[in-house]
Design a protein around this ligand. Structure first.
Ligand code: FES
Length: 84
């Protein structure tokens, strides 16, 4: 099975909009999924500038899926979908 790749945006916009809460994913995901999921913080994913007026930051990418207004719960749900 291919690994699921998770990128938590830690760029300024996302950070201000709450991605600091998402940093627990960097701990939680490896504990929960081990080798099956790669998780890392990332500099600005370039999504906030496209969507600034309607900013849905913080953003997280799970493989090619962009999670808007990401929360720990939403990201875990997306990981579960990808692992199926
Ligand atoms: S700061 Fe997160 S997409 Fe730009």
């Amino acid at each position: 099975m291919a690994k699921v790749n998770v990128k938590v945006c830690l760029g300024t916009t996302c950070f201000v909009m709450g991605s600091s809460n998402l940093q627990e994913l960097l701990d939680l995901v490896p504990k929960k999924y081990g080798e099956d999921v790669d998780v890392a913080g990332s500099p600005c994913l370039g999504l906030c500038s496209i969507d600034w007026e309607f900013s849905k930051a913080p953003y997280v990418k799970v493989n090619d899926e962009v999670i808007k207004e990401a929360t720990v719960e939403k990201v875990l749900a997306a990981i579960e979908r990808e692992l199926k």
